[in-house]
Each structure stands twice: as C-alpha cells, then as structure tokens.
Design a protein around this ligand. Structure first.
Ligand code: UN1
Length: 513
C-alpha cells in the first residue's frame, strides 16, 4: 500500500461493505444488490455498497419531505452556520478524501485535493450567501403601496451527479440549497459511490452536534437498475440539478419539464481555445495541455478543440506533440504522474472508437490514441492522450468524446475562427489567447463566444466557484455555484402591500362596486 490508501479508507470509515442510504446521521441498509467499486488506478476492489432499491428511494423522499417544514423555519444565517461547520470538517479530511477521489475515480491526487478544495470554497461562499438572499424593492405606481420581491425555500433538491467530479458537484448544489432552506437528496454516479458515502460520514458529525433533523441531507446510493427516471418524474422534487451527458440530460429535461418541475442541467461541452498570432504561445501551450489531458480529458470543461491561426499553427503543433511525449501517464496517486486512467474499460472502448472515427472521416492522428498495458497499467484503463488534425464539421468532432482527444483546426481570419468556435451543438466553456485588445474584446462581445464561460489567456477548465457555472445550447442552460446561481434554488414571490384606506387599481382602471 505504497500510497496510503488503506489509511485513507480507515480515516474515512469506509468498510469492506457499506450502507448506501443516509438521511443525515442515520444509515440504512439498501434492499438492492450490492455494487462493487473497483479502482481504475490498479483494478483492485475498493469496497462494496449495499445499493438502494426503488422502495428505499421512496422512503428517503418521505423523510426529506417531512424534514423540509422544519428546516425552512431555521433562519438562513443559522443554516449558514451549519454549512460553515461542514466547511471546517471538510478541511480536516481534505487529504484522505482527496486520496479516495483520486483512487476511486482516477484523477491525479493534486486534482483530487483541488476537488475537495472546491467543496471548501463553496461552503465559504454559501455561508456569506446565507446573509445575502436579497430581493429587490420596487416603487409602486399606486399611492401608499409598497412592492418588493422575496425568495422562499423550494423543497427537495435532487442532485444527480456524474463520476468525473464525485464530490464537488454535489457541494456546489447542496451547500447553496441548504442555506436557501431546501433539503437535499443526492444520487451520485454509481461508479463513485464510496466518495459520496465518505462525504456523508464526514458531515454527519456536524449534523448530529447541531441536531439537524434527519431528512435534510440525504444520500441514495444506487444505480439505474433501481432508480431510472423516477427521480426526474417525481413531483415531490421541485428542482433537479443534473450533471451528465447531453443524451441523458435531454431525456431528464423532458421528464422534468413534462411535470413543469425546475431543472439545472449541466451537460456536455465541446470546449475550444482560439490561439491568435498575438498569443503568448508558451502560456497557451500550458493551458491547452492542462485542459486537454487533465483529469484524463474527463471534465465537462476539458479542452477538446484548438483553433489556431495559420501563422503560429506549425510551431504550436510541434510544441504540443513534443510536450505530449513527456507527459507522465501512471498511477494517479504517484506525485510525478500528470495523467491517470480513464474511469473504466467502457470509456477506453469509447476512446478507441473515437480515434477510428477520426481516421475514417479523414483526420490525422499526430500522437497517442493507444491503450497501455504491462506493469502499472494492469487495470486496462490507461490510454495515451491523442492529438488529431481535423476539420470542425466531422461528426466525431461535433460530438463530445469524454477522453483525452484534442483536435487541431487551422484558421486565417478571426471572424472565421469565432464561426468555427461556435459551430458545434454545445456551449459550455471557451477561451482565447491574445494580448491584442481588439481580439480579446471581440471574443467576449455578443459577436464572440456563444458559451456560458468565456476566458482570456486562461484555459477552458478549472473554473473558480465564485462565478456562475454552466453553458448554453446542448450544455443545457443551467447555472450553479457562484454569482446569483442561488436564485434557482428558491421560489420568488412578488409582494404588494397597501397601507392606505383606498383601493386604487393598477393601470388606473376604474371599477366602482
Ligand atoms: C465538470 O466537469 O463537471 O471548471 C465540472 C472546472 C471544474 C468543474 C468541472 N471547476 O473544470
């Protein structure tokens, strides 16, 4: 146990067999089949989880429903105090939790730590937000009338998260939802259930000490075998925050919309970086490599396409290919590793088939695109990151491949680069590298990037929690995390108060009864 995994599991109280259902401090045994979690790092069994059945899910929903009337009465700053303590508790467990994220999901340890830091950051953010759930006041058109709007808690917030951010995405949603007076029901990806269980073990101490009612923070660890679309169709859940593929997200959005529920959808990206003749190429290169191979290309913000001006195309291409040769691929817990494994063998198969599709459509693979085997790579999940020269219209380029496959595209005029940039179905994150104000401002203008996130001289991934996170078009339109994303977790109410003894009507209507 070279990397201290057993020690981390002990600190996080992960057993060989774990209960997967939690309503805060109480753990329930799931009635479904157990799920085994294998690490993509070494292929070893990490532990098992007794997964929830559909009946178990329904019981948790009932618990959450009964907790909501209690929790919404707790003053928002007092709810913030609970979140503050959760942030302190997460700080204590940053290393073991970061290690478990790395071991169960496969991202490198530095990124595992970064993910836990994102949880801590959003806790701090949410604590401040708990005293700032502001509405506007308006001036009424009527005499002796006052108008304002206020925000009330919604109810149960369902959080359905993806494997690639096993803990942070829940925190972005849950910490805001909690200060907003909502109760949370988390259905994590069935590929990373131990991370979710560890998080609930950590926060249980805070919930217990503060006597937070059971049912305020809930975990339902299960798979699609038991819980398919029921959560999306469930009228008990006024808001569902879903992170995942565009394909599943469209279905989820349809089901939630059909019952007029609210949805925050964080779906696929097809994120590009434009590199102009005025770019600092060294800086651009570093941002591109982190964005493309970081998390083994499995962030929704991963850099997928590079749109490079013809005058710098050749040097940048050569630089990238040479840097790719030196990137160390290996065990994600080894501090010298920069690229860990893909999540599982299914992801490896998808990657290999994408490489074949690139070739079939006329693209050229410049490097990578193969699977590694032998010592250290026994799990079968390690691949060599690829760079390919392509045209933007290829159907494989138009679709998101959740793997380290970077496309190079050449341009002549900036307008053409922006057109290529926007000519994909997705609209999550984007960047432009240039020190020329005319180029950078154009990219950020209404004629520029059509994405939810547009950056200058930094890459597409690694957003801070303080901004609203999300994107347009096939990315789903949702916003979570910072800025005023909290508003999605509350219901807005407009209030008009008459403090006179007259009853004037709006729009000056006369109606004498
Ligand atoms: C995701 O991949 O689902 O901006 C989220 C980033 C991270 C979050 C990514 N802060 O890359």
């Amino acid at each position: 146990d070279q990397f201290g995994i057993q020690d981390a599991l002990r600190q996080l109280n992960i057993q060989a067999e774990n209960n997967g259902i939690c309503t805060g401090t109480q753990w329930l045994t799931g009635q479904g089949d157990p799920i085994s979690s294998y690490s993509p790092a070494d292929g070893q069994l990490v532990a098992q989880v007794k997964q929830a059945s559909l009946d178990d899910y329904r019981q948790v929903v009932e618990k959450a429903k009964s907790a909501f009337p209690e929790w919404r009465k707790v003053p928002a700053p007092a709810r913030g105090e609970i979140v503050r303590q959760i942030g302190l508790e997460l700080r204590k467990y940053k290393e073991p939790l970061g290690k478990l994220v790395s071991y169960e999901m496969g991202k490198i340890y530095q990124e595992g730590l970064g993910e836990v830091q994102e949880m801590i950051d959003i806790c701090d953010f949410a604590v401040g937000q708990s005293r700032q759930l502001y509405g506007f006041t308006m001036h009424s058109e009527r005499k002796a009338h006052r108008m304002y709007d206020q925000y009330h808690p919604l109810g149960i917030v369902g959080v359905v998260s993806a494997f690639n951010f096993p803990v942070a995405v829940w925190a972005w949603n849950a910490m805001l939802a909690l200060v907003c007076g909502d109760v949370v029901l988390w259905k994590p990806s069935s590929k990373v259930l131990l991370c979710a269980i560890a998080v609930h073990r950590i926060i249980a101490r805070v919930l217990k000490e503060n006597k937070v009612p059971e049912g305020v923070v809930n975990l339902v660890a299960t798979s699609s075998k038991y819980l398919g679309d029921e959560l999306f169709s469930d009228t008990n859940i006024p808001l569902v925050s879903f992170t995942g593929s565009t394909k599943v997200g469209k279905k989820a959005g349809g089901l939630i919309g059909a019952r007029l529920g609210k949805a925050i959808l964080e779906l696929g990206g097809n994120n590009a970086i434009i590199v102009t003749p005025n770019a600092d190429l060294e800086m651009a290169m570093r941002a591109i490599v982190f964005g493309a191979v970081g998390t083994c290309g499995q962030r929704c913000t991963s850099t997928r396409r590079i749109i490079v001006h013809e005058s710098v195309y050749q040097p940048l291409k050569e630089k990238l290919v040479s840097v790719y040769q030196s990137v160390k691929i290996g065990n994600p817990l080894d501090p010298t590793t920069l690229v860990g494994p893909l999540i599982d063998k299914g992801a490896v198969a998808t990657y290999l088939s994408a490489i074949e599709k690139v070739k079939a459509e006329g693209g050229t693979i410049l490097c990578g695109g193969t699977v590694l085997d032998g010592d250290g790579y026994q799990s079968g999940c390690y691949v060599v990151p690829a760079i390919a020269e392509v045209e933007n219209h290829y159907s494989i380029v138009q679709n998101e491949t959740f793997a380290p496959l970077l496309y190079l595209i050449r341009y002549t005029e900036l307008d053409e680069a922006i057109a290529i940039h926007n000519d994909v179905p997705q609209g999550l994150s984007s960047a432009l590298f240039s020190t020329n104000l005319l180029e950078t401002e154009k990219f950020l203008s209404c004629e520029g990037s059509d994405c939810g996130i547009a950056n200058i001289n930094i890459g597409t991934s690694g957003a801070e929690i303080g901004g609203a996170f999300g994107g347009e078009k096939d990315t789903g339109g949702g916003r979570e995390s910072g800025s005023d994303a909290w508003k999605a977790y509350m219901r807005r109410q407009t209030n008009t108060i008459n403090y006179s003894r007259e009853l004037p009507l709006a729009q000056g209507i006369e109606f004498n009864v």
